[in-house]
Design a binder for this molecule. Sequence first.
Ligand code: ATP
Length: 348
Amino acid sequence: MAEIQLKNVSKRWGSFVGVDNFDLTIADREFLVLLGPSGCGKTTTMRMIAGLEDATGGDILIDGSRVNDLEPKDRDVAMVFQSYALYPNMNVYENIRFPLKVRRVDPGTHDEKVRRASAMVELDDFLHRKPAELSGGQRQRVALARAIVREPNVFLMDEPLSNLDAKLRVSTRAQIKNLSHELAVTTIYVTHDQIEAMTLADRVVVMKNGVVQQIGSPTEIYDRPANAFVASFIGNPAMNLVEGEVADGTFHAPNVSIPGLSAADGKVVLGFRAEDANVVQNGGQINAPIYTMELLGDATMVSVRIGGALVSVKADKTFRAEIDDPVSIEVHQGHCHLFDAETGARIG
Ligand code: ATP
């Protein structure tokens, strides 16, 4: 059992705020992903939970007990970093056993624990090899096994896949998800990769400049982003965002006129996803010359420029046109998001 509570946790260095009033309860066995661009405070949040960094404000509780003043080794959390930090002179077996030795776990149990952990990450055949004789993916699995062998209640993972190539990243990602389920541990996982976040998380925390922007399931965050930043950060391609004005329920911007919106008059940012619009013969709400076209295989991505923004929609893969040809785009009713022009907060 490991429920983690962060109560208004902050980290300041002088006047610089690295993490601002982070407030969240992470349920026992939850897979929580901290997501955001470089420098948003993800790693700092994780390091405070691990005890590698002191919080300058707030309380951190594990299973109801305040752990702010506990040493990292007394917190029952195991961390996996993007750099595997393996001992080059030890073979795989010894690397995995190392935490058991440090913790003075009964030596009689080591062999069984090491073999169980290495089997879980399919390293059984590599136990005698040194880290230099392993691939990047295998090294990362040694790092995972070394965390597993401790049988912690909490896994903290800081971009554990970032050194792996695209294919290995996908398979190791699936393995991490399975492991966390199988081991029934609470997992906090840091990444700047929104695909990783969406595929792994029970809940995602999106952060920017030390401030939590939204906490929700992957679907909630994708379907109802709390603000324009989250909207632009989640999804590939990013959500189309167009600055304009609402008058009498119709959104207006250069080359754009979208009626049927229930929003007050005034300046707004309108958002819609590429999959929520179509290229039509004519009569769409957006009419502009084609700026770029990209063949995606299953579709053609067609982009136009509206003010300073690029608006992209998926057309059929058979779509044929030239750059600068006029194109008409229909945005599906009920799939528009509206954000405050000043604050970016969702208003509809
Ligand atoms: P990345 O994805 O690049 O690892 P991150 O979201 O994990 O980024 P953090 O490492 O948590 O970001 O850093 C948050 C902010 O705090 C950054 O602006 C960083 O420069 C700053 N920061 C981190 N450590 C210190 C420190 N020791 N002193 C001052 N500022 C720091």
